[in-house]
Design a protein around this ligand. Sequence first.
Ligand code: NAP
Length: 290
Amino acid sequence: MITGKTKLLGVIGSPIEHSLSPVMHNAAIAQLGIDYAYLPFSIKPENLSTAIAGFEAIGIQGFNVTIPHKQAIMPLLAKVSPLAQAVGAVNTVWRTEQGWQGTNTDVAGFLAPLKALKQNWAQTTAVVLGNGGAARAVVAACAELKCATVWVIGRDRQKLQDFQQSWQNSPLTVNLQTSVWQDLPQLLPTTGLIVNTTPTGMHPHVDQSPVVSEMFNSLQSGTIAYDLIYNPRPTLFLQQAAQHGAITLDGLEMLVQQGAAALALWLEQPVPVDVMRQALQEYLAQQSEP
Ligand code: NAP
């Protein structure tokens, strides 16, 4: 029930209609029985600073940030966590007496299912497909795991060079290498973790994969294939990796865990992760019905 005391949370982005965050956060809010609501806000880049000032004025408690605002929001905040600075992106903002404070929960979200595997990562070469925003969170996560080497694969040499340079003054220690897609066949036999951060294979393009199936022939058994995409589940990339003996992880748990970490920050209390996961699974299942 919305009351005169209802506190507001939300997510900003453009477009925002596709966001699944309201589904999982409002399910958690209902389960906790607290007087909160979580809303999507479509905010164009040119309106970002006005919107944030408006959020301050109307007393919004906290909000998530998605494309295209994850970097642009940073100068508008009173404080940005060292992790978010290292990643170069904020996805969670909350209110403090000093003003808005931001951090990045995508890194923790990405790490959660990997940490559950309880591996020693010190010998692991990770291969990250794509060099966009999500790839930055994945590289930070690989730094936290202390992976031996992280290869980032992209299609634009200038973007790869910029990506590499952006980590040079980072407080995170990572042996980062970049390369183009043509070099992927040489890298695959050495990798223990391959992560798809490109949108290739995402609904409705479910018959696409960033990796040609035959390339998986050279995969070491037990390699972890991780796709950040959560629709479909599994993607063609994960299906083919599994056929070649890989352990597979899709993007749903990352989505759930980054959301749970954000909600726990706002509410300063434990949150029902299982309820958030179930709400998303049910919603996605409904969406895929003909
Ligand atoms: P982004 O910043 O736009 O980056 C996408 C990257 O993929 C870019 O490096 C882009 O290359 C590359 N790419 C796009 N199409 C490609 C193609 N056909 N072939 C090769 N490379 C291609 O997007 P993002 O924010 O990183 O998100 C990427 C994916 O991760 C999306 O599918 C998103 O849904 C998913 N994601 C999931 C979660 C989760 O919680 N599970 C969180 C964040 C993101 P160029 O730079 O050369 O264009």
